[in-house]
Design a protein around this ligand. Structure first.
Ligand SMILES: Nc1ncnc2c1ncn2[C@@H]1O[C@H](COP(=O)(O)OP(=O)(O)OP(=O)(O)O)[C@@H](O)[C@H]1O
Ligand SMILES: [Mg+2]
Length: 262
């Protein structure tokens, strides 16, 4: 059975996609069988992983509507460290209408994943900053959620909202969902503002909940151009070091078994 992990924060640009791609790359290089799911109509994870996002192809949205199986939409990255269920920039409001017309709209991703649960050790889900119905599907399908944040005071407000959403999902349709960690991204250790925000998060959530921080590193921003994760693009960078430590933290919090290699 794969561990299903969602990375969420409706605040745009907090580092969700960078975290999913780079953690997937690191876990893939350590021999874990990893599937990533791109739920974001911006399709950044898909593009970064080598999908030609301007072409026409079957996407996760087709699978969510039952127009194809998850396996029909599967994309195998050229580097081979992880597979992708891609998003599509051709996403339209008609999709949401069709999704909401279904009897169990928030349960469709969980259904799609049933096809994959013996094929991967872990499934990492990247969520959009908008389109609540998609994030709801991601939270309903997962057992673990991690929250990448940028350290400013509005981030704390966003964290409080997300915590409420997780409680509501626990009560309504997924009692297994657990918040497993907050990931401080682009942490500037010299900034007093960042330090104050960190202190506030420590006090509200406990030190145990905070992952090792990801420092600002231009290599993290450059890697998408080359369509490979940081551990292939810049293996000696501080970004690569930080994402390795983050992968250790995730492996400590979430039970991820290693299956037979593909
Ligand atoms: N540690 C880092 N160092 C340098 N740049 C970073 C770092 N993390 C993320 N970035 C850059 O910040 C921007 C936002 O990151 P990313 O796309 O991962 O966030 P996101 O939460 O997925 O955004 P969205 O909400 O739009 O999907 C990107 O341009 C990315 O390259
Ligand atoms: Mg993103």
């Amino acid at each position: 059975m794969s561990a299903v992990i969602t990375f969420a924060n409706k605040k745009g640009g907090s580092g969700k996609t960078s975290t999913v791609v780079n953690v997937a790359g690191v876990l893939g290089s350590r021999g874990y069988r990893v599937l990533t799911i791109d739920l974001d109509p911006q399709a950044h994870l898909s593009f970064w992983s080598g999908v030609n996002t301007y072409d026409s192809y079957l996407s996760i949205y087709d699978a969510l509507l039952g127009k194809c199986s998850g396996k029909d939409a599967l994309f195998r990255s050229e580097h081979g460290l992880y597979d992708v269920l891609p998003a599509s920039t051709a996403f339209s409001s008609t999709f949401i209408k069709h999704l909401l017309d279904k009897p169990n709209p928030e349960g469709q991703l969980k259904k799609v994943l049933l096809d994959f649960r013996n094929d991967y050790d872990c499934i990492l889900i990247d969520t959009p900053p908008t389109v609540a119905a998609l994030t709801l599907n991601a939270l309903a399908a997962a057992e673990s959620v991690f929250i990448p944040i940028l350290l400013n005071f509005l981030a704390i407000e966003g964290l409080a909202q997300l915590t409420q959403t997780i409680y509501r999902i626990n009560a309504a349709f997924n009692p297994d969902l657990r918040m497993c960690g907050i990931i401080p991204n682009q942490y500037d250790i010299r900034s007093n503002h960042s330090k104050r925000v960190m202190k506030e998060i420590y006090e509200n959530f406990g030190e145990n909940m905070i992952s090792p921080r990801i420092r600002n590193d231009i290599k993290v921003a450059e890697a998408p151009e080359f369509r490979i994760p940081i551990n292939l693009f810049a293996p000696h960078s501080r970004g690569c070091m930080d994402f390795n430590l983050l992968a250790d933290f995730i492996l400590d919090r979430v039970k991820i078994g290693k299956g037979a290699s593909k």
